[in-house]
Design a protein around this ligand. Structure first.
Ligand SMILES: [Zn+2]
Length: 215
C-alpha cells in the first residue's frame, strides 16, 4: 500500500487540507474550522493508505514542564517541550506558545487544532504536530526563508516543495495556507520524519528526515 500523508493547516475559520502520495497531490480541500467531523470524513474518504496526519497547531495545552527553566526566555518557560526543543535544536522559535492547561482564554485557532487532534486521534489516525515554517527551513537546509506574506516567500516555498518531490503544477496558485498544508503533508508522508522534543511532557513538533537538512 502506498503511503498517503495528510497535512492540515489550521486557522480560526478554515482548515486547509492536503493529501500527498509519493509527491502527487491526491486531495486538496478547504474545510470549515468548526466542523472537525467533516475534516475526519474528508480524511476517511482518502482510504486506508493514510499513514499519518500532521497538523499545524499545538497538540495540547502546556503542562509547564519548563516553568523553572531560567535558561529560557520568559515567554518559553511556559511552553511545551516541542516548542522548546524546536527553538534550541532547530533554531526556530514559534511565534506563540501553547497556553497552560486549564486556560480559559485559548485562541480560537488553537481550540480548532485541539478539536482536530481529539477527533482524528479518536478516529484511529496517527496524528502529529508540525510547524510549516520550520519544515520549510528544514527543506532549505537550515537557511532563512522569505516571509510567506511576500511573493518571494511564496515562490520560495513552491520551489522547496518541488525540490522535495511535490509535483503539482498548480502550486503557485495556492497561497500560503495551502502551501503550509502541503508542507505538513510532506512530513506526514515521510516515513523518516522525526519528532523534535526534549521529552518531559509528551509533546513534539515533527520535521522531515534529518538527512535532508542541517536542522
Ligand atoms: Zn522539555
Amino acid at each position: 500500500v502506498t503511503r498517503v500523508g495528510v497535512g492540515l493547516d489550521v486557522g480560526a475559520r478554515w482548515v486547509h487540507a492536503v493529501a500527498l502520495r509519493e509527491g502527487t497531490v491526491v486531495g486538496a480541500e478547504v474545510l470549515a474550522a468548526d466542523d472537525a467531523d467533516a475534516v475526519a470524513s474528508w480524511v476517511a474518504a482518502l482510504g486506508r493508505g493514510v499513514a499519518r496526519v500532521a497538523i499545524d497547531a499545538p497538540s495540547g495545552l502546556s503542562a509547564g514542564a519548563h516553568a523553572g527553566d531560567t535558561t529560557l526566555a520568559p515567554k518559553f518557560r511556559a511552553a511545551r517541550c516541542g516548542e522548546v526543543a524546536l527553538g534550541r535544536d532547530a533554531g526556530v522559535w514559534v511565534p506563540w506558545v501553547s497556553p497552560p492547561a486549564g486556560a480559559t482564554d485559548v485562541a480560537p485557532w488553537i481550540t480548532v487544532g485541539l478539536s482536530l487532534f481529539a477527533t482524528l486521534t479518536g478516529a484511529g489516525h496517527d496524528v502529529v504536530e508540525t510547524f510549516p515554517h520550520a519544515v520549510f527551513r528544514c527543506l532549505a537546509g537550515g537557511a532563512r526563508v522569505a516571509a510567506k506574506s511576500t511573493p518571494a516567500g511564496l515562490a520560495e516555498r513552491v520551489a522547496l516543495l518541488r525540490a522535495a518531490g511535490v509535483t503539482d503544477a498548480t502550486l503557485p496558485l495556492w497561497g500560503h495556507d495551502g502551501l503550509d498544508a502541503a508542507a505538513a503533508a510532506l512530513v506526514a508522508a515521510d516515513p523518516a520524519a522525526r519528532a523534535v522534543t526534549c521529552g518531559h511532557d509528551g509533546s513534539a513538533i515533527w520535521l522531515p528526515a534529518a538527512a535532508r537538512s542541517h536542522l
